[in-house]
Write a protein that binds this ligand. Sequence first.
Ligand code: ATR
Length: 273
Amino acid sequence: MMLLGVFGDQRVRHSLSPAMHNAVLAQQGLKGCYLPFAVEPARLPQATEGIRALGLAGVNVTVPHKQAVVPCLDALKGEAERLGAVNTIVNQEGVLVGHNTDVAGFGNALAQAGFQAAGRRALVLGAGGAARAVVLALTRAGAARVWVAGRTLPKVQALADDLQAAAAELKQGAELVAEVHLLVNATSVSSAAESASLAALAAGLTTGGACSLVVDLNYGRPDNLWQGWARRQGARFMDGLAMLAHQARLSFELWTGIKPPLAQFLAGLDKAA
Ligand code: ATR
């Protein structure tokens, strides 16, 4: 029996990852189970040790633990090491190895949407772990310029310095959006009910520039602010489900050595939504 799961906070109870992974495990004929774990930040080291103690094959890591989990691990691989952020832990016979499949997951979701990032300009809102993964994916894909705008300027500046992006204050986003081909919301806010200041920003975004695609990394939010702007701008809109499926597929491969078709992950999400 392969035991898997996802570490998050209380929000993990709404995650679609368990339903998606359990559907794919069943489709693949694997005996396994993927569970959501709401972990208090202070107990993250104990929970991580529990992977080893209980013999879990691995877990995903989500908000707010992606960076905090790093010191609890034995090793980091690839993008996880570059970003200092982990979304996938693999238990290799008692050695806990951190990976980051968000970077490739975002790149794959963009490619699926037919968006070529090479030579294009992008604006990323937010400066957390998800924003880091998006900026790295865009610079790796050869984006000409990536601006990062957020409410906590020192965090934005640190992200920009680490990943060769340009830092901006959140309010500058309203004008910067006219300069870009792609807008990505990597904050945790997608509706007016969640933040009046981001709602005001979304309402004030300039239209008429070259932006042709808007990506919101969140999903399942009613009255989506970023979808509303995409409509006014005449741009396409993609929510976070595509990236969720792509990163999940790469995590599944790390745990099982099997890379099922993307359609199985999307079908699992469809059933759960
Ligand atoms: P993740 O790992 O998914 O990126 P996170 O680290 O909690 O999650 O990051 C969420 C981002 O949303 C952060 O950049 C956060 O702003 P701070 O950098 O100031 O923490 C941003 N965010 C959350 N609520 C926000 C709000 N009301 N207005 C602006 N930004 C917000």
